[in-house]
Write a protein that binds this ligand. Structure first.
Ligand code: 13P
Length: 256
């Protein structure tokens, strides 16, 4: 059984003050819930504050939105795995479509970062997904396969098990246009088949695959009840503490 994982990708939102304001209502709504893994992914500048607030909270983990593949040195503006570890960060989102399209990150770069994350015992959340033009051109499977082969190249079975994959169709991000549960399930099942082919069935069966793209409280249950959807990477709707708690709790309900 794969434990579902719901993550809040705050993107370039939430100052330190706003981060403080988020946690009180969020933790109150969430209570001691432990059946679903919850990860908050603030901007770098809020990680220390979030880590401080979460120090004695067992059921909410911290993630970062990006990381350098390099260990240290002359890389102005970059953040290393060790810097994140020091702030009690456990997960790192890599290869988000915004990083790929706006900042030119390739599968090769994402792959280097994925290896660097594992080397530092950070768990990568590796994002993949097709654009609308690629979907309309029947390229979904070809694009996903290329991204899987490129971004996850060279991972051992043990490392793959500790990797979360986020399927985020680019056309569903921030658009209010969610993939239908069937579209998402089909993509997730394809991803798992590819992992089986490239690694093995036992390993592929353990990998958690999140869906991302306009997830909100109202569509959570239907998406999360698909057999190969193991969680969500939530953007806009994760900025509202009560709404995000609702997404987590709707997922918990399915586990019972
Ligand atoms: P939205 O939930 O705002 O569509 O963003 C999805 C996403 O990109 C999460 O990483």
């Amino acid at each position: 059984m794969r434990k579902k994982i719901i993550a809040a990708n705050w993107k370039m939102n939430m100052t330190v003050g706003e981060t403080e304001g988020f946690f009180k209502p969020f933790l109150l709504e969430l209570g001691g819930e432990k059946q679903v893994e919850v990860v908050i992914v603030p901007p770098f500048t809020s990680l220390a504050k979030a880590g401080e607030i979460l120090r004695n909270v067992q059921n909410v983990k911290l993630g970062a939105q990006n990381m350098s593949a390099e260990k240290s040195g002359a890389f102005t503006g970059e953040i290393s795995a060790a810097m994140l570890r020091e702030l009690f960060v456990r997960y790192v989102v890599l290869g988000h479509s915004e990083r790929r399209t706006i900042f030119g990150e390739t599968d090769e770069i994402v792959n280097k970062k994925t290896h660097a994350a594992h080397a530092a015992t950070l768990r990568p959340i590796v994002c993949i997904g097709e654009t609308l033009a690629e979907r309309d051109g029947n390229q979904v499977e070809a694009v996903l396969e290329k991204q899987i082969r490129g971004s996850l190249a060279g991972l051992s079975a043990d490392q793959l098990e500790e990797t979360v994959i986020a399927y985020e169709p680019v056309w569903a991000i921030g658009t209010g246009r969610t993939a239908t549960p069937q579209q998402a399930q089909d993509a997730h099942a394809f991803i798992r088949r590819k992992l089986t082919e490239l690694w093995d069935a036992a390993t592929a069966d353990k990998v958690r695959i999140q869906y991302g793209g306009s997830v909100k409280p109202a569509n959570t249950a239907e998406l999360m009840s698909q057999p190969d959807i193991d969680g969500a990477l939530v953007g806009g709707a994760s900025l509202d503490p009560r709404g995000f708690a609702e997404i987590v709790l709707a997922t918990v309900k399915l586990a019972n």
